[in-house]
Design a protein. Structure first.
Length: 257
């Protein structure tokens, strides 16, 4: 795989980040610091602001207020450069429907400024890793959902990003490949990459992340290391439920159940 090095001191900071759509506030002032080598689980119920936060980090949405800084310098005025240093896998995949799997990788290699030889080398490794080699000539429109998602992962990793943003990215991928991806993400973090993972699957997050940030109603409700979660004697699911329900109130009863 492509290597990442020299990033351990990297610091990404979200400073009072907010996003509103008219009178509706999706994100209400999130402040968060993420260091190189961290795998941060961004957790929360539907509508909590997770995807909006990731989209702002990815440069796909303009914040209504606040800032995003890399090593103390705002990235909002240099989004083109910022986008070339990050990798993104969104829940809603953005692929070129009539390009093949192989053509996607070749195109993205050129866009990221990789030489044809380097693009070919990395693409071959990624196709093998994600078990996509047999689908290299398959166009995206004819690919299965799992193949499309694995292609999106390969595209996000092609240029050795400093920051990897994953929004429900493991959905629809078979369990064996998910395990391989988790191992890869741990290796990338060990080499200094920062990884932000949004997921509804708490068991998957608990086995991967080094830190859990729970977002509720557009704000950070809890920020703990996974070591602190384990030391509490409770599972991540229990702490998550307590946080988003406000003290762990039981779910409403059904009269017929």
């Amino acid at each position: 795989m492509c290597t990442i090095s020299g990033m351990a001191s990297m610091a990404i900071e979200l400073r009072d980040l907010a996003k509103s759509y008219g009178s509706t506030a999706a994100v209400r002032g999130i402040s968060l610091r993420i260091g190189g080598g961290e795998i941060v689980g961004l957790l929360g119920p539907n509508g909590a602001g997770k995807s909006t936060t990731i989209s702002m980090l990815a440069g796909l949405l303009t914040p209504s207020a606040g800032d995003i800084l890399l090593d103390g310098v705002s990235v909002l005025g240099r989004l083109g450069q910022w986008r070339r240093s990050i990798g993104v896998v969104l829940e809603d995949l953005a692929l070129f429907e009539y390009l093949s799997v192989g053509e996607h990788l070749s195109l993205m290699g050129r866009l990221y400024g990789l030489s044809p030889a380097e693009t070919g080398r990395r693409a071959a490794e990624l196709l093998e890793f994600f078990k996509l080699a047999e689908f290299s000539d398959t166009v995206a429109a004819e690919a299965s959902q799992g193949t499309r998602r694995k292609l999106a992962f390969a595209l996000a990793l092609l240029h050795s990003p400093r920051l990897l943003l994953l929004d429900e990215a493991l959905n629809g991928i078979d369990a064996v490949v998910v395990r391989d991806i988790k191992d890869l993400l741990r290796r990338l973090a060990a080499r200094g990459a920062a990884i932000v993972l949004s997921s509804h699957v708490l068991d998957a997050a608990e086995t991967l992340v080094s830190r859990c940030v729970i977002v509720d109603r557009g704000r950070i409700a809890r920020d703990d290391s996974i070591a602190a979660v384990r030391a509490s004697g409770k599972s991540l699911e229990e702490l998550y439920t307590e946080t988003v329900r406000g003290g762990g109130a039981p779910a409403p009863a059904l009269s017929w159940a």
